[in-house]
Write a protein that binds this ligand. Structure first.
Ligand code: ATP
Length: 246
């Protein structure tokens, strides 16, 4: 099984999640989540505010410990790994709100992304690739990262993730607060990145954009997977029901 929540991961499964639960203290944010992300594909996770999308990405990235269940990356269980350990394995995250380092220039922000020993030696070459993908970052290389527009900061956040030479990128709410034209440009870049073989998990509230880009989608509601399928198979009504829980 390539996609879906079924058991038994194939060798082409990049990320396999089985019965994952995550708590914040007494509050259970994820309930028995099972999903699978095939290598090299784009999968989207959609859902309303508070559905648990960010929590899921944080658990995969090692920023939150699962209470139960299993997260498997390329055949190895990574439960309890710390963020630097998941990053070492090639799992990068583009966080919600971009989190650009305010006292660093654009170029320094990019350099931070290459802090792992594995990536430091290639940093210049990889930075060239990032500048090729987002020429505006080269033009603004010496400016402070936070002086960029929202869209440019999003490009910087994506560029910083690319500096770690990831094989998987987890994108959290990349289109939030951006103009439609900028969102379109960013999504064109995402497809270019995906064509280099990078697996992508895209968390979005913009359902239409998400379903247009992804090959498979999961709809989350109140910490659970409410619906899943290929975008062509998901009717608008079913998505609306799963999204809003009505
Ligand atoms: P959003 O788009 O608003 O970020 P989301 O789908 O990403 O929504 P999460 O941020 O994962 O949802 O939140 C899932 C649940 O966990 C919500 O009920 C939220 O209030 C709760 N939650 C999130 N972060 C924390 C935290 N640090 N401490 C306590 N509860 C939290």
């Amino acid at each position: 099984m390539l996609y879906g929540s079924g058991r038994g991961f194939m060798s082409s499964t990049c990320l396999g999640i089985q019965n994952l639960s995550v708590h914040y203290g007494d509050l259970q944010a994820l309930w028995d989540i099972s999903l699978s992300i095939p290598t090299g594909r784009i999968v989207s996770i959609i859902g309303a505010n508070g559905a648990g999308k960010s929590t899921l990405l944080k658990a995969i990235a090692g920023a939150l410990p699962p209470t139960s269940g299993e997260i498997v990356h390329d055949g190895r269980t990574i439960n309890g790994f710390k963020p630097y350990q998941t990053l070492s394995r090639g799992i990068a995250m583009v966080p919600e709100g971009r989190r650009i380092f305010p006292r660093l220039t654009v170029e320094e922000n990019l350099q931070v992304g290459a802090y792992l020993p594995r990536t430091r030696k290639n940093a210049r070459q990889v930075m060239e690739k990032v500048y090729h993908l987002f020429p505006v970052l080269r033009a603004r290389a010496r400016q402070m990262g936070t002086n960029l527009s929202g869209g440019e900061q999003q490009m910087l956040a994506i560029g910083r993730a690319l500096m770690s030479e990831p094989t998987v990128i987890l994108f959290d709410e990349i289109s939030l607060g951006l103009a439609p034209r900028i969102i379109k440009d960013i999504y064109v870049s995402l497809l270019e990145i995906n064509q280099t073989g990078v697996t992508m998990v895209i968390v979005e509230q913009d359902v239409q954009r998400s379903l247009k880009t992804a090959e498979y989608a999961y709809v989350m509601q109140e910490g659970r997977i409410a619906l899943e399928g290929r975008p062509g198979e998901l009717t608008e009504e079913a998505v609306r029901k799963a999204y809003f829980g009505v």
